[in-house]
Design a protein around this ligand. Structure first.
Ligand code: ATP
Ligand code: MG
Length: 280
């Protein structure tokens, strides 16, 4: 079993030890151990998280603390060493359980923008007219309508990232899993896309698990921010972000926003230092 050390395992606010009724995602005591040539690595240790339907949960933590590992396990792309993960399916069996957006926009260079957005629908056997209609609606929504016939190498990084986000949304998954989806972007484009993402989420109210290194992004987007410890990743604290919605870019200029940010940074900065010491 994964080694444990309860010291420093501080819970801010509360997290129910048992699954909450109606949770869309329920991760219970999840651990992940990788076997490598240098021995076992405990990437994630006894991590539990419930996400309610329509909730936007952000996860932050130092590099290497197991965030991507957890997300990949949620997506079913990685085996779980211990514990369990359940995602409650919806009423419509045709809907995919999850769609993932990764940091490196994983879009197909040989497909046009609209074909990329429609890809998930195509995989599910949606006819061409319908999938293009849905894809076009999403492209128009994020201002990419006139780039529908372009290839990825003909559009900018910010546009590519928009394409990978709306491709996931066009799929209409039960839950949306995002691993630093804006991480590769320059600061200005990032702010614009944060705002865009917020608007889309306010309209769709998808259940989202969102990993980011940016505290601004986490506080701006999240209903809750989960702070993870340096490796092995454990849950260190949960912050309920009680900022009114709809949130706009102006939300980031409010004193409450700054307070949340500072409170989380005070704990995160300690973990970042610890993580860097571990790597030396
Ligand atoms: N396939 C793998 N085999 C062995 N070890 C792995 C593998 N994937 C991840 N790890 C290790 O597990 C730990 C957690 O990795 P993970 O990628 O989940 O971290 P992260 O929190 O997403 O980091 P970052 O913020 O840098 O993206 C790291 O120590 C990493 O080296
Ligand atoms: Mg990662």
């Amino acid at each position: 079993m994964a080694p444990r050390d309860s010291a420093g395992n501080l819970e801010m606010n509360h997290t129910a030890p048992n699954s909450q009724p109606g949770a869309k995602i329920s991760a219970r005591n999840v651990s992940k151990i990788y076997d490598t040539a240098d021995g076992s690595i405990v990437a994630l240790d006894d991590f539990s998280l419930d996400v309610q339907e329509g909730e936007f949960v952000c996860i932050v933590g130092p590099s290497g603390c197991g965030k991507s590992t957890f997300l990949r396990m949620l997506a079913g792309l990685e085996d779980i060493s211990f514990g369990s993960i359940d995602i409650r399916p919806g009423e419509d069996p045709a809907k995919p359980l999850n769609s993932v957006v990764f940091q490196e926009y994983a879009i197909f260079p040989w497909k046009t923008v609209i074909e990329n957005v429609a890809f998930g629908l195509q995989m599910r056997g949606v006819n061409e007219a319908t999938r293009h209609e849905i894809a076009r609606m999403w492209l128009d929504r994020v201002g990419l309508g006139k780039f529908a016939g372009y290839y990825p190498q003909q559009i900018s990084g910010g546009m590519k990232q928009r394409v990978s986000i709306i491709r996931a949304l066009a799929n209409d998954p039960e839950v949306l899993l995002m691993d630093e989806p804006l991480g590769a972007l320059d600061a200005q484009t990032r702010v614009v896309l944060q705002d865009e993402l917020m608007r889309i989420w306010e309209e769709t109210r998808k259940t989202v698990v969102y990993i980011t290194h940016s505290l601004d992004e986490a506080v701006f987007l999240g209903d809750r921010v989960i702070l993870m410890s340096a490796q092995p990743g454990r849950k260190l604290a949960t912050f309920n972000i009680d900022l009114p919605r709809p949130r706009t870019i102006d939300t980031m200029n409010t004193p409450r926003f700054a307070e949340y940010r500072a409170e989380i940074w005070a704990m995160l900065s300690r973990e970042v230092t610890r993580a860097m010491e571990q790597q030396q």
